[in-house]
Design a protein around this ligand. Structure first.
Ligand SMILES: Nc1ncnc2c1ncn2[C@@H]1O[C@H](COP(=O)(O)OP(=O)(O)OP(=O)(O)O)[C@@H](O)[C@H]1O
Ligand SMILES: [Mg+2]
Ligand SMILES: [Zn+2]
Length: 253
C-alpha cells in the first residue's frame, strides 16, 4: 500500500457508508500496485510489448471496438465469470491480439492482484524440450507448476510452428488442467479455427496464412471442444498494424 494514497490515506482499505447506514471496507487498488509491479516483472512479458495497455489499443475497426468492449467487460467481471472464463483472440497477423491479451493481464494484475503469466507457445515448447537435455538443471515440473498455478495464463500464438505429437500432448495437458480447474486463459492465434471440419480452408481461412493447418487440425477435436466451452472467441479484423500504422510513423519520423 502507498502511504500517501488519496483513496485510503495509506490504510490499504477504502471505507464507505452505504445509503442504508452500513459501513463497508474494500481493499484499495494501491495495495495491489506494489504486488502487481513485482508480479508483472516475473510474468515473462517480452519487453517489446511494454507499450501494450488496454488504453493504448486504438479502435480503428468495428471488430477492434467490439474487442475492446469485450476485454473491458471481462476485466470488470473477472474472476466472477460463470461462462467464458477464458478468451480466445483470433485473426490475421499484426492485428493486435497479443496487445489486447497483455493489456488485460496488466490491468487485472494492477487492479485485482491477479497472478498472471505469459508464454508464447513456441517458446514454451522449446523451454520444455530443453529439460530433456541430460545436463539440464531444470525439470519439466519447474516450468509446468507456475503455469498451472497462475490465475490467468496467456498462451500466445497457439498453433504456431510444427505441431508434433509431443507438442499436442503437452498443450493438451496444459489446457485440460486449466479447464478442469476452471482457471482463466487468454489465447491468441492466427490459425483458422477449422470449424467446418476438414475442408476448413474456405470461410475460415485467415488472409496471409496460406495453406496452413487449422487450429482444429493441429490440436484435435477433443481440445477444440474444451476451448469452445472455456473461451469466448473474439475475431479481430483489419489490416496488419505493423505494416500500416507503425511503418508509416517510422517513415514520417
Ligand atoms: N488497434 C491497435 N492499437 C494500437 N496498437 C496496435 C493495434 N493493433 C496492433 N497494434 C500494435 O501493432 C503491433 C502488433 O500487434 P500484436 O503483436 O498485438 O499483433 P498480433 O495480432 O498478436 O500478431 P501475430 O498474429 O503476428 O502475433 C504491436 O506493437 C501492437 O501494439
Ligand atoms: Mg501475437
Ligand atoms: Zn489506497
Amino acid at each position: 500500500m502507498a502511504p500517501d494514497c488519496p483513496d485510503c490515506g495509506g490504510t490499504g482499505f477504502r471505507v464507505r457508508s452505504t445509503p442504508e447506514g452500513f459501513t463497508t471496507a474494500a481493499r484499495c487498488d494501491c495495495s495491489y500496485r506494489e504486488q502487481a509491479a513485482r508480479m508483472l516483472k516475473s510474468a515473462r512479458i517480452p519487453p517489446r510489448y511494454d507499450h501494450c495497455l488496454l488504453e493504448t489499443f486504438e479502435g480503428q475497426e468495428d471488430s477492434h471496438r467490439e474487442a475492446i468492449q469485450i476485454a473491458g467487460d471481462w476485466v470488470e467481471r473477472w474472476p466472477d465469470l460463470e461462462f467464458n472464463h477464458s478468451l480466445l483472440f483470433h485473426g490475421s497477423p499484426g492485428i493486435g491480439k497479443t496487445h489486447l491479451a497483455i493489456g488485460i493481464i496488466r490491468q487485472l494484475a494492477g487492479q485485482k492482484g491477479a497472478r498472471v503469466l505469459f508464454y508464447e507457445q513456441r517458446a514454451l515448447l522449446k523451454k520444455l524440450q530443453g529439460t530433456f537435455d541430460p545436463g539440464s538443471a531444470i525439470r519439466e515440473s519447474h516450468i509446468l507448476a507456475p503455469i498451472q498455478a497462475a490465475d490467468i495464463l496467456v498462451l500466445d500464438d497457439l498453433g504456431a510452428g510444427r505441431t508434433s505429437e509431443w507438442a499436442r500432448d503437452v498443450l493438451h495437458e496444459i489446457i485440460t488442467h486449466r479447464y478442469d480447474h476452471r482457471k482463466s486463459m487468454i489465447i491468441t492465434t492466427n490459425c483458422a479455427l477449422g470449424e467446418d471440419d476438414d475442408e476448413d480452408a474456405g470461410d475460415n481461412a485467415v488472409p496471409g496464412v496460406l495453406g496452413s493447418l487449422s487450429l482444429r487440425q493441429r490440436l484435435g477435436d477433443a481440445l477444440m471442444s474444451r476451448l469452445y466451452e472455456m473461451c469466448r472467441f473474439v475475431r479481430l479484423e483489419g489490416d496488419d498494424y505493423r505494416k500500416g500504422v507503425i511503418n508509416q510513423r517510422i517513415r514520417r519520423a
